[in-house]
Write a protein that binds this ligand. Structure first.
Ligand code: NAD
Ligand code: GLY
Length: 379
């Protein structure tokens, strides 16, 4: 078992990494102040892990309620959020009650936002069960839901009391979801940790085969990078935005495809290639650097091109409602060299548009190549 402490101005909390710790009450008990707990999960993760977690919490003499919401990004919305509030009311939760998010990033963001807002804030614990949630969404306190016109547009910064990572839960994750998590792992190397990127390049096949030691190291190192950035800038007034490398392009792909075809990590992977190509066009990366980004992502079985349906117009529409737009000006995360991300609004619009058109031309020359692998997930 390993612990990493996240230190933010609003709260200090541990991330516990271990095998089988879902069944160990000691990691939960000390972070639950009251007698009632509501576990929020979905109809895929619930059947796998809910009973185990309920049993653990009940063995600490807690009154445990649970709610299984429908699975999928498409349900990360105000309707599902309302179902969580309904359950909180029905169970007569109070300010000392704790919400536990058992699932991937969708559940963590939804339950976290419910915790931030129900009776103006109750304690919550993140139990991430996807690689992406472990290395990114469960850490740092961003919570929220989507609006039909934009991703994560409604939300709050709200840190958990603890993050409990039971590495065993990753065994049931399918390969496509594992790869989506690897996109965020690789991101830390690209934005600020070249030594870690080199380690990823040397170990990507081990990660894809779920070598436990490689996964453990990748998770710890990713969370360490995220924790360092969040500690420096909890509410994203500056440096934290580098964690969004590829996300402005990626969110446009997710929204432009109706949040129903591409996984978040896949969209981020294609987005990181687009951000790299644009950085090259700004004179900040070499063509070899762009090839290096494409190579590691391809080796992780991730898409490196946007879908053919994403026209320039679609990109510009969805990018214009990104949260990094300030007073009408779009900001992007670009690379001034591998391992050195910057957030800037200081780029000619032409370069952005040329970058998008470059990819559009590329994918339209072989549309079948870029459509086939992205079969719709079951939502
Ligand atoms: P997800 O929550 O939809 O989970 C992916 C799929 O895996 C789902 O079908 C889920 O039911 C299933 N699943 C989860 N755990 C499983 C397990 N152990 N075994 C088998 N199946 C399992 O998606 P995700 O990739 O975890 O998260 C993506 C979401 O996270 C997006 O909504 C994104 O916006 C958000 N996000 C938030 C932050 C943040 O800082 N808050 C950061 C990154 C991403
Ligand atoms: N996933 C980006 C952030 O937490 O800031």
């Amino acid at each position: 078992m390993e612990t990493l402490v996240v230190q933010t101005p609003s709260r200090q909390y541990p991330i516990y990494f271990g095998t089988g710790i879902l069944e160990n009450k000691e990691y939960f008990e000390q972070h639950i102040p009251g007698d009632k707990v509501l576990v929020v999960t979905n109809d895929v993760v619930g059947p796998l892990y809910l009973q185990r977690l309920k049993h653990t919490l009940e063995s600490s003499n807690k009154l445990v309620f649970s709610l299984e919401v429908p699975n999928g990004e498409i349900h990360k919305n105000l309707t599902t959020l309302s179902q969580i509030y309904d359950k909180c009311m029905e169970a007569r939760l109070d300010r000392k009650s704790t919400l536990v998010a058992l699932g991937g990033g969708v559940i963590g963001d939804l339950a976290g936002f419910a915790a931030a807002t129900f009776v103006r804030g109750v304690p919550f614990i993140q139990v991430p069960t996807t690689l992406l949630a472990v290395v990114d969404s469960a850490v740092g306190g961003k919570t929220g839901v989507n609006h039909p016109k934009g991703k994560n547009m409604i939300g709050a910064f709200y840190q958990p009391q603890a993050v409990v990572v039971d590495i065993n839960t990753l065994h049931t994750l399918d390969d496509r979801q594992l790869a989506a998590g690897l996109a965020e792992v690789i991101k830390y190397g690209l934005i600020r940790d070249v030594a870690f990127l080199e380690w990823c390049e040397a170990n990507i096949e081990r990660l894809m085969k779920r070598d436990p030691e490689a996964l453990r190291y990748a998770m710890y190192q990713s969370c360490k990078n995220k924790s360092d950035v969040v500690s420096a800038d909890e509410r994203e007034s500056g440096i934290r935005a580098i964690l969004n490398l590829g996300h402005t392009f990626g969110h446009a792909i997710e929204a432009g495809t109706g949040f129903s075809t591409w996984l978040h990590g896949e969209a981020v992977a294609a987005g990181m290639v687009m951000a790299s190509e644009m950085s090259y066009r700004m004179g900040w990366l070499t063509k070899e650097d762009v090839g290096r980004v494409e190579s590691i992502l391809s080796r992780a079985s991730l898409p490196i091109r946007p879908p053919p349906t994403m026209t320039l117009e679609k990109f510009m529409t969805f990018m214009s409602i990104d949260k990094k737009v300030e007073s009408g000006k779009l900001k992007l995360v670009l690379l001034r060299g591998i391992g050195n991300a910057i957030v800037t609004g200081d780029f000619p619009m032409d370069v952005l548009q040329e970058t998008i058109l470059y990819f559009q031309k590329l994918v339209l020359s072989h549309p079948e190549q870029y459509e086939v692998p992205l079969a719709s997930q079951s939502l």
